[in-house]
Design a protein around this ligand. Sequence first.
Ligand code: NDP
Length: 393
Amino acid sequence: MRSVSVFGATGSVGENTFDLLMREGGASAYRTVALTGGRNVARLAEMARALRAEIAVTAFDDCLPALRDALAGTDIEVAAGSAAVHDAADRPADWVMSAIVGAAGLVPGMRALRHGGKLALANKESLVTAGQLLMATAAANEATVLPVDSEHSAIFQALVGEDIAAVERIILTASGGALRDWPLERLASATVAEALAHPNWSMGARITIDSASMFNKALEVIETREFFGVDPAQIEVIIHPESIIHSLVGFRDGAVMAHLGAPDMRHPIGYALNWPKRQTLPVARLDLAALGGLSFRAPDEIRFPALRLAREVMAVRGLAGAAFNAAKEVALDHFIAGELGFMQMAAVVEATLNRVSSDCSLGNAVLTLEDVLQMDHLARIKAAEAVTMVKGR
Ligand code: NDP
């Protein structure tokens, strides 16, 4: 029986993963080693009971009593705190889903890789903050990293049987998010509720807002660079409002391979779960005649400064991704709290990168996880200062 663990089980990707595991037989088909969540302990306990998990872990100490109560009478172990989430990754499993949101997802994924096996990586922040280290750790432990982001799964699938040296360019599609048709001058006043109204994808709140600001696409550009090892100049972004083409790969003979499908995360999750085989998945089938047409437009880097910043981060590499991601997370927290305007998020990230790079060299090679975590910490301090500065303008 295959063993699985799901980190971030109670989130949007986690729920879709749970749905697939249950459809494929649940506890009679999989031995569930660990399930982790955050504050939604009632749902975590439900999932742990359904899959008969060996341990359920909440990332927050104050949630432990509620989790213990919810699992009373079972033999499921419970634990709380970020160290307990990290320790859960030390329990070997054949397939591990990394679906915690934000930089908090990095350490569990890195620890899971030490056991070899397969790491299904939804947590793009892991590749943005520590791409070289993560891929080197996977190689050293003969582990396989499988992309779960729909764009990267699409590229991965387009590359099956291909030589990466024959790739001329990778074209990432972007829906453009909830505000893509707003006039530029209105964007500054966009609210959280408006940024959350994603036209195509149902996702967690943070990634949905990041889609509207294109910070999500910026993270994905860096993710592409780190996962596939291509040159940044080979990565393009195109706005494709229908989200039917999940990404494209252009080869040196001029051929372009596109991956199409309904926007449903159960496709890339299911592909990673069953890889290298394909199994029947409960996703809507494409009806091209009903769709009628697909549209595309070039992204505007004035509307979306995040894309320009991603290029600057890739030019520096090293620890720049960790600083970029941490600053983005702080800016997003302040936008969600109503303390920062929508367009001010990019200003905070840019100011943070400038502040951090004046204090230390971001281009240094990333040697250890500790280097990344220290940069994450430093950039959060600098980003908080940048928030004050940007608000005062
Ligand atoms: P959600 O916000 O829906 O879920 C996040 C998960 O992480 C929840 O289980 C949450 O627990 C848990 N969590 C929150 N904070 C912490 C913390 N500090 N430590 C440990 N666990 C924590 O996120 P998504 O599912 O949308 O996204 C997860 C990851 O996948 C992100 O990196 C995102 O970029 C990526 N991704 C998501 C896609 C999507 O369709 N949603 C598509 C492609 C990539 P709780 O809810 O119980 O508090």
